[in-house]
Write a protein that binds this ligand. Structure first.
Ligand code: PEP
Length: 251
């Protein structure tokens, strides 16, 4: 039985006061959520205050990126051990914005995945195709290449301590959500791909959907058999909307 998980990706948004009211709103509304795991991934600088506020609440926190190196002369970077020092549980790796805007390759994403686990973090590995790739019937090939890079480098068993997020690039921040059927088809494909390496791991790994999820469309997406929750961008910046999405994950 996979426990549903809803994680908020705040991206480069927020301020100390916005983060405080967002976290307080989540804490106020979390008592009627049911059995769903909830997490937030703020920008690095807001992690310490979010960690202080969420400590002991059952709501997890994490980061949106890490450097694969352990420490040293990497100006501007943050390591997994630094994130672990602030009790981060999760770290997003391979988000499509990082792949597209910062040139992150499948190999670098695999290195970040391994570094996160080395430092005791649970990576949330993002995969997904662009619109041109979908229209060119390349969705499965693209997702397979992204996933296989990690499976080859880290081994299938590492997926037990990881979360996968299928995020079609064309659906991120665009309001163009994948239909439940489109999303389910790719989620089932991802699970099959992992089952080809290890059936037990495939059955237990949580696969989240991300891409313009809102309170109004979350329930039908999360009702799909291979969708175990969501990675939420824009809609995670308002506590009421985010909580409504979390509630939809346990229906
Ligand atoms: C994301 O950035 O991971 C995301 C899913 O964004 P949005 O929900 O805004 O589409």
């Amino acid at each position: 039985m996979r426990r549903p998980f809803v994680a908020g990706n705040w991206k480069m948004n927020g301020s100390r006061s916005h983060a405080a009211s967002l976290v307080d709103g989540i804490l106020e509304g979390k008592s009627d959520l049911g059995d769903v795991e909830v997490g937030v991934c703020p920008p690095f600088v807001l992690i310490p205050m979010v960690a202080d506020r969420l400590a002991g609440s059952g709501v997890a926190w994490g980061a949106q990126n890490l450097d694969p190196n352990e420490s040293g002369a990497f100006t501007g970077e943050v390591s997994g051990s630094m994130l672990a020092d602030f009790d981060c549980r999760y770290c997003i790796v391979g988000h499509s914005e990082r792949r597209a805007l910062y040139g992150e390759t499948n190999d670098l994403v695999a290195a970040k995945f391994q570094a996160a686990q080395r430092d005791g973090l649970v990576p949330i590995l993002c995969v997904g195709e662009t619109l041109a790739q979908r229209e060119g019937d390349e969705t499965e090939a693209v997702v397979a290449a992204q996933l296989n890079a990690v499976l080859d480098a880290a081994g299938p068993k590492t997926m037990v301590e990881a979360v996968i997020a299928y995020e079609p690039v064309w659906a991120i921040g665009t309001g163009m959500t994948a239909t439940p059927e489109q999303a389910q088809a790719v989620h089932a494909y991802i699970r099959e791909l992992i089952a080809g390496r290890d059936a037990d791991v495939a059955g237990s790994v949580r696969i989240l959907y991300g891409g313009s999820v809102k309170a109004g469309n979350a329930a039908e997406l999360f009702a799909q058999p291979d969708i175990d929750g969501g990675l939420i961008g824009g809609a995670s910046l308002q506590s009421d909307e985010f909580l409504a999405i979390c509630r939809a994950a346990c229906q």
